[in-house]
Ligand binder design. Structure first.
Ligand code: EPU
Length: 340
């Protein structure tokens, strides 16, 4: 690796195998690693291209080598600004999400307890508006500091400007325009607990917590996630590979009429979200394996790499799943990770 300048490095023809949690052995034309956010403009000048930004690589599938440049955000730092009713915390994009979430709980802040153990970096959290157990990160984001590659300047986007939706934001819709450098959270010391998501309240009761605190809710979420979701440190995966489909009410009701046990959640007045996991399981894909590409036997939303699967093989299996659900239910599933 060439130390091009303090603050960042650039490596030619670099392996991405350890930079994507699906553990695909793809290569990038160049791999830049940024350690000092203030050097980003110089780094972009030197690259002369708009790079693909990766944090932990927990939401991408490389279907082959990447012909462009990849930028790894390895920036760190947390700035705390305490006000009377709310504490603002600016977190560098390269911090690990779970470390930050756990730290916030240890400081007595409430809110991120349902979101612990989600893989990825803080800078990636707003891109797909990470969510779990009925809570989405958007609720806690006050603003985002980003580099706007269109204007070549720093942009501050407030929460409304981020246009957050279910696993969605402006950063997904205007792909590659913004490079998130820091996220500013607004956290409080108290917030009503969100316990209504299937299984959470039961898990808390099972653990014997009669008066749960955010910290204890986080413990229950940890148990639930560990039971259901394969750990990317142990087996290659990118969390939910498919998004739950949000359908017009009439279409969802037709599916529910023939599958009354299908988990569903209302979205506004005229849409319904169905469980993609259950749709996939019903089509018989849970636990299938083609070579080293597979669908987790524990959770049908999770595409897994048992070892040496290529990105092409993983994508072929994912497409088989998408086609199978489409044929049986007439519902098109969208992948959650970015397919490259
Ligand atoms: N289900 C099945 N079969 C399966 C998997 C799930 O029938 O193979 C059923 C479950 O029994 C349950 C329902 O589907 O009744 C929902 O399952 P789960 O609670 O696991 O939630 P999910 O909707 O499948 C979403 C998120 C997860 C998040 C969980 C918990 C999406 C795409 N996924 O999954 O997020 O952890 O809720 O809140 O929205 C991620 O985005 O990477 C991720 C893991």
């Amino acid at each position: 690796m060439n130390a091009v300048s303090a603050g960042y490095t650039i490596e030619e023809n670099a392996s991405l195998a350890t930079h994507n949690t699906l553990r695909v052995a793809a290569r990038a034309r160049r791999l830049a690693t940024l350690r000092d956010a203030s050097r980003l403009p110089q780094l972009l000048d030197e690259l002369g291209t708009t790079p693909l930004v990766l944090g932990q690589g927990s939401n991408v599938l490389f279907t082959g080598d990447y012909a462009g440049d990849v930028l790894l955000m390895d920036t760190h730092g947390v700035e705390v600004d305490e006000a009377e009713d709310v504490t603002r915390i600016a977190v560098a994009a390269g911090e690990i999400w779970d470390d930050f979430a756990r730290w916030s709980l240890s400081q007595g802040f409430a809110g991120l307890e349902n979101l612990i153990l989600i893989p990825g970096n803080v800078g990636a959290a707003p891109i797909q508006n990470i969510g779990a157990y009925g809570v989405e990160v958007a609720e806690f984001i006050e603003s985002i500091e980003a580099w706007d590659t269109q204007t070549g300047s720093v942009a501050m986007l407030d929460n409304a400007a981020c246009a957050f939706g279910y696993r969605d934001s402006i950063f997904k819709r205007e792909r590659d325009r913004y490079i998130v450098t820091a996220v500013r959270f607004a956290l409080r010391h108290s917030r009503p607990l969100s316990l209504d998501y299937a299984g959470l309240r039961q898990e808390i009761a099972r653990m014997g917590y009669t008066n749960p605190t955010p910290y204890l809710v986080a413990e229950a979420v940890r148990v639930l996630r560990t039971r259901k979701l394969p750990d990317p440190a142990v087996i290659g995966n990118a969390g939910s590979f498919f998004k739950n489909p949000v359908l017009p009410k009439v279409q969802a009701e037709a599916v529910l009429a023939s599958h009354p046990d299908m988990p569903s959640w209302p979205v506004g007045d005229d849409h319904v979200k169905l469980s993609a996991g259950r749709l996939i399981e019903t089509c018989g894909f849970k636990g299938v394996r083609e070579g080293d590409a597979g669908i987790s036997p524990r959770h049908a939303l999770i595409l897994i790499n048992h070892g040496q699967a290529s990105g092409e093989q993983l994508w072929a299996l994912a497409q088989r799943v998408i086609d199978g659900v489409e044929q049986r239910f007439g519902i098109h599933l969208d992948p959650e990770p970015r397919i490259l």
